[in-house]
Design a protein around this ligand. Structure first.
Ligand code: THU
Length: 147
């Protein structure tokens, strides 16, 4: 199992691979499964813009396509490529909905907030905090018809 500090480091590593010729905004994510495996992801842009994939979804789709089903946390870091200090980067609405699809309410979202004395600082959120009143897989379960 990785600590949240280690997960942030892996997200920073993932960010180095971001393909961002259009926005120049590079994002990295590190997604941890409940048994401690980590899948990294970066954003991947496209000349046609809309096919762009966020770092978070890259990490999820890698993990899901390898058969993973249970997740405990994701660390997310982002910022413009030419800036020394990273921005606070919180997941977009589409990524939040993808997280909802595959994660329970206790799933943790770790967001880098800055650096102090050479150490990364971060905030921890759970899913209902960043996606309240969500619509998820449970809402699509077939329910018995009421009379
Ligand atoms: N982006 C992410 O990868 N994750 C986020 O949480 C926010 C936005 C990407 C998409 C696009 O490549 C660039 O950042 C600017 O929106």
């Amino acid at each position: 199992m990785k600590t949240y500090e280690e997960l942030i480091e892996l997200a920073l590593e993932a960010r180095l691979m971001a393909y961002t010729p259009y926005s120049h905004f590079k994002v990295g994510a590190a997604l941890m499964t409940k048994d401690g495996k980590v899948y990294k992801g970066c954003n991947i842009e496209n000349a046609s813009y809309t096919p762009t994939n966020c770092a978070e979804r890259t990490a999820f789709f890698k993990a899901i396509s390898e058969g993973e089903t249970e997740f405990s946390a994701i660390a997310i870091v982002g910022g413009f490529e030419d800036k020394k200090e990273l921005d606070f980067c919180s997941p977009c609405g589409v990524c939040r909905q993808v997280i909802r699809e595959f994660c329970e309410d206790d799933f943790k979202i770790i967001l880098l907030t800055g650096q102090k004395d050479g150490k990364n600082t971060y905030e921890i959120y759970d899913l209902p905090e960043i996606l309240p009143f969500s619509f998820g897989p449970n809402d699509m379960r077939i329910k018995p018809k009421s009379k």
